[in-house]
Design a protein around this ligand. Structure first.
Ligand code: KIV
Ligand code: ZN
Length: 529
């Protein structure tokens, strides 16, 4: 029992940032990250300076277990946390996964609302109380750092929930996390609830909040909880998470930093210059685009359209900017490399951008760079970063690989795609017609891979501005079995980017099938709430 207790680690004026991008965030529909991708995100979270990384739900699947174990084995800095239901086998598995980390936490939870107890758990309140005590006790056999959550706290009977929370503290929980699981709370009500819990539940614990965004109030509720004394906030990059998502970390952190008058003396240890990059990495690897007008990290968050605004900002930035774009890592994109740049310059540029890739990932990123540089005169740092992130897990053997694509057609002739890909190592060439070139090339991918299902979302953006910008395609595909995955592809050509994105999505389905997991199974522990 070498871990510090929470009260040693925190002080009254420090807000602990507990990131759950890799656990609650990964529960968003269509997101399915492999171990390499989760490690890449965890490394960035460590650079960002989060206090806790909730790395996953180890009992949920072998893949979840391996990812949490890999993160616990290699990420330095943040405490690594695993989620667990109250069953002892869940807690034992959770500990096994996080054990290699220097600092580790077990987060155990059980629902306390009447509707969850009756319809989901089919347990009486007395059973729920007993489960909570037993789970915290079991977790404390492994570590001093135990967090307990009464799921669906916003719809729980206050007195009963406080009995459970008191029992959890008495059994050794050092953090009480109060989740608004269904995003039902409003800010005033939430701050009153947090304040009332602090008054009612005695002992040495940190109070935490975990808010969902169903009414668009997750950040407001989290900040209201902080005002009422919460000193840990659970949040995700870009606010991803179940349904409408969780509280967005970048918004919470920047609200605390920008308005010390409203949150006097409160500190967060986040390197805010890493926020925009964290957002881009998470967006690219999850396939979830960031809305242009997203606060803090959206590409328009510091763009000024009206002439009067532009004029004001040119004279004095603070006329229309309450934050410095550089402080959140939203600087201007710079042109960095061209087609004559060599491997060393390429690697050096990536390192300067904070992407230390090597081995197979570096080789494939460099090959892609050369292909793109041949078509585009110069690549900017934003292009390079997008490329590096796309090659995360470059050493992973994928079921399907893009080789080449030729498309022809126009208003008078039928769009046709000639596609060559590698399917399980063998080269396959197919020709398909379609309603348009994107349709023809995606049909060709379907034909070459035998994929069955339908595209449920398709979105094209550009990495930077200008007609020569890299096209960035994000799509969602649902297989016939109902497995939903996202894919993302980059190219100077939008048709090729679409084919690459589709192949990326199909690789995820192949990986899920190979692991034997059924991500849609109703009894899969990953399905919370
Ligand atoms: O939303 C929720 O209740 C959760 C818990 C596991 C904290 O994610
Ligand atoms: Zn949640």
């Amino acid at each position: 029992m070498s871990e510090q207790t929470m009260s040693e680690r925190t002080s009254a004026d420090r807000v602990i940032i507990f990131d759950t991008t890799l656990r609650d965030g990964e529960q968003s529909p269509g997101i399915s990250l492999d171990v390499g991708e989760k490690l890449e995100i965890a490394e960035q979270l460590a650079r960002l300076g989060v206090d806790y990384i909730e790395a996953g739900f180890p009992i949920a699947s072998q893949g979840d277990f391996e990812a949490v174990h890999a993160i616990a084995s290699s990420i330095e800095g943040p405490t690594i946390c695993g989620l667990s239901r109250t069953a002892h086998k869940d807690i034992d598995r959770c500990w096994e996964a996080i054990e290699p980390a220097t600092n580790r936490r077990i987060h155990t939870f059980i629902a306390t609302s009447p509707t969850h107890m009756e319809h989901k758990l089919k347990m009486s309140p007395a059973q729920v109380l007993a489960e909570a005590i037993s789970a915290v006790g079991r977790a404390r056999e492994y570590t001093d750092d135990v967090e307990f959550s009464p799921e669906d706290a916003s719809r729980s009977d206050f007195d009963f929930m406080c009995d459970v929370l008191q029992a959890a503290v008495d059994a050794g929980a050092g953090t009480l996390n109060i989740p608004d699981t269904v995003g039902f709370a409003t800010p005033l009500e939430w701050s009153e609830r947090i304040r009332a819990i602090r008054e009612r539940v005695s002992g040495d614990y940190v109070i935490s909040t975990h808010c969902h965004n169903d009414l668009g109030l997750a950040v407001a509720n989290s900040l209201a909880a902080v005002e009422a004394g919460a000193r840990q906030v659970e949040c995700t990059i870009n606010g991803i998470g179940e349904r409408a998502g969780n509280a967005a970390m970048e918004e919470i952190v920047m609200a605390l930093r920008t308005r010390p008058d409203s949150y006097p003396g409160l500190e967060v240890d986040i390197r805010t210059e890493e926020l925009a990059k964290s957002s881009r990495i998470v967006s690219r690897l999850t396939g979830y685009p960031v809305q242009y007008n997203k606060a803090v990290v959206g590409r328009n968050a510091f763009a000024h359209e009206a002439g009067i605004h532009q004029h004001g900002v040119l004279n004095e930035r603070t006329t229309y900017e309450i934050m410095d774009p550089a402080a959140v890592g939203q600087g201007e994109s710079q042109l960095v490399l061209g087609k004559h740049s060599g491997r060393a310059a390429f690697r050096d540029a990536l390192q300067k951008l904070g992407h230390d890739i090597h081995g197979d990932a570096l080789n494939s990123a460099f090959t892609r760079f050369k292909e793109l540089a041949d078509r585009k005169v110069q690549l900017s740092d934003a292009d390079l970063e997008a490329l590096a992130i796309e090659e995360v897990g470059g050493s992973v053997q994928h079921a399907y690989e893009f080789v080449s694509l030729d498309v022809s057609g126009g208003t008078a002739s039928t769009p046709t795609a000639d596609l060559v890909m590698r399917v399980a190592g063998d080269e396959v060439a197919v020709t398909c017609e379609g309603d348009g070139m994107v349709d023809a090339s995606c049909s060709a991918v379907k034909l070459a891979t035998g994929a069955e299902g339908r595209m449920t979302d398709y979105n094209v953006t550009s990495v930077t501005g200008g007609v020569d910008a890299l096209a960035d395609v994000a799509l969602t595909f649902e297989s016939v079995e109902g497995v939903k995955v996202s894919g993302r592809g980059l190219s100077t050509d939008v048709v090729e980017a679409s084919a690459r994105a589709f192949i990326g999505a199909l690789n995820k389905i192949a990986r899920i099938r190979e692991s034997g997991e059924d991500p849609n199974a109703v009894d899969r522990p990953g399905h919370i709430g």
